[in-house]
Ligand binder design. Sequence first.
Ligand code: FE2
Length: 293
Amino acid sequence: MIIETQEDVTRAVLAEMHRTPDARTCEILTALVAHLHAFVRDVKLTEKEFQAAIGLVNAIGQKTTPSHNEAMLLSGTLGVSNLVCLLNNGALGTRPTQANNLGPFYRAGAPRCENGASLLRSPTPGVPLHFKGWVRDAEGRPVAGAEVDVWHSSPVGLYENQDATQADMNLRGKFVTTDDGSFAFRSVKPAGYPVPTDGPTGVLLDAQRRHNMRPAHLHFLIYRPGFKTIASQVYDPEDPYLETDSQFGVTKALIGNYVARSDGTSELEFTFVLESGEASMPQAPITGKVAAA
Ligand SMILES: [Fe+2]
């Protein structure tokens, strides 16, 4: 159609939607255009602001490498990652869930580990950690044979993909739950960490005068056919950034209970509940590790 007024632009774009053969794609695009145009009108976006926004969107892609996923980081910083997670888990957002956002640092292909094995693949000083996890179904029965990916930052707050001094796949491993639905590993207690701020995520945080810290946590990804695959994170209850996680990931259901042992080590047990549903592994947000300088 020939555009006469600013309202016509929205009508013209929406009028093209009927060509979209896939119904769900059509639904998503229609809502996207309606909301996006309404947003532009609401804030009366100026031409300068529009140019700045285009620059930021381009920078998201330019910042993304095999070892860094800026779009995933930014969506967490806007709370979208955890919103999508909470809407799709816990009986579609009606109940607490152990599901949590995958985060930008999951790598596929972590080494398969024997139950109880250590995640340390290069020297990593820190408080020794003994973790035991339980995977159960909604009725509380043990889920045996679940594949559990585990990954976490080092005690200095860096994932191995960000840190050339750590061995490839350090602090990452893949376990399988035993007949009683449990799995265990040894590692070192992770630290909270600053998310990278040298891209658009940093621009956003700066503009809002927000800090870029995440509270210390362990990551999990639990896969077993017959159950909905969940990513999860278990948080340290004593971390000072628990209430102000820059990625809005902390939920009540995911605050762990670390127990300090008299020998100076730390112990954590945690139970994950799986819902029945489709098992499907997510696409890994990163595929590699930074090269040594
Ligand atoms: Fe993390």
